[in-house]
Design a binder for this molecule. Structure first.
Ligand code: BDR
Ligand code: CA
Length: 312
């Protein structure tokens, strides 16, 4: 078997973060070297509690979890998205507490792993980009020390989900997003343009609950809560696979079928704050990134299969 890909996960756990985490743990080609949390769907501290509890439920309590930045680079944490993810971030589902967070911060963990792994580390960010921006302050060479950064975020040609212009992860810390997207990483952005095309539905919630383990029942209940939210805002009873699709692309199990190389500007002012605006890569000094706008049609099935196969 090929050597597993070492991965640092940065997350704001969150229902779709929880599904992405289960997918990653279920993927034998991924070695989760460390997980950092950031405020977004919930506070960084609550996201760490959720992540540790999920790891315990999966039987992988040994994966270290580090708490990251509570506030965005400018301003203060806004209290998260309880209307979407529940007051505890995981749809009011109660899990046994997991291990305590480690002493180092998430940006410190990311920098340490990047240095230790000498260019091998892959990074997946599925929350606001505050920790990655802070890690760049600690280690400006970070883009050369990681092999690939995959980011779930942005709405490039599609409308936003927080405002008609902006997607939540970018809108929660646009200053950090501008720094990270312009830092020169080998970077794949997985925006709403593609994540909205890949979904779970009520059948998935039923199948997870029928799988019967504590973990699968909990994920099924979280998924149902997430689907309820989409129905409440007038959308079909389906759950877009925002974070799980980014995880599947980072793991290389799912390929981008349409990827556009563009320079992205992040709007910082006015009603379009948080918007990711593309410009042609040619003749612009800022580094270009790969924006995934299409992905394998089998993505949802690949994610489903990994989660169901988890032996817990
Ligand atoms: C992103 O925002 C968060 O609410 C989700 O977890 C996902 O990372 C989707 O816009
Ligand atoms: Ca997230």
């Amino acid at each position: 078997m090929a050597t597993p890909l070492p991965l640092y996960l940065d997350c704001d756990t969150g229902i779709d973060d929880a599904i992405a985490l289960a997918y990653l743990v279920g993927h034998e080609g991924i070695e989760l070297a460390g997980i950092g949390t950031v405020s977004g769907n919930v506070s960084a501290a609550e996201a760490a509690r959720n992540t540790s509890a999920l790891l315990r439920a999966i039987g992988r309590a040994g994966i270290p979890v580090a708490i990251g930045e509570h506030d965005p680079l400018h301003g203060e944490y806004d209290g998260g998205a309880p209307h979407v993810h529940g007051t505890n971030g995981i749809g009011e589902v109660e899990l046994e507490p997991g291990a305590d967070a480690v002493a180092e911060t998430a940006p410190e963990m990311l920098v340490r792993l990047a240095r230790e792994l000498g260019g091998q580390l892959s990074v997946l960010a599925i929350g606001p980009l505050t920790n990655i921006a802070r890690a760049l302050e600690l280690e400006p060479e970070l883009p050369r020390l990681v092999s690939r950064l995959t980011v779930m975020g942005g709405a490039v040609w599609a409308p936003g989900n927080i405002t008609s212009f902006a997607e939540a992860n970018i809108a929660n810390d646009p200053e950090a997003a501008r720094i990270v997207l312009g830092a020169g990483f080998s970077l794949a952005l997985v925006p709403l343009d593609v994540t909205l095309q890949h979904r779970f539905d009520d059948d998935d919630a039923v199948r997870l609950e029928q799988r019967g383990t504590g973990l699968h029942v909990a994920l099924g209940r979280m998924l149902r809560r997430y689907i309820d939210f989409y129905e409440q805002v007038g959308l079909p009873r389906e759950s877009p696979l925002h974070d799980p699709l980014a995880a599947a692309i980072a793991s290389r199990e799912v390929a981008g079928t349409e990827v556009r190389k563009v320079v992205l500007e992040v709007v910082l002012d006015g009603e379009e704050r948080g918007r990711t605006v593309p410009s042609a890569a040619d003749g612009v000094e800022s580094p270009a990134v790969d924006v995934v706008v299409g992905a394998d049609a089998g993505a949802a099935e690949a994610i489903r299969r990994r989660i169901h196969s988890l032996a817990v």
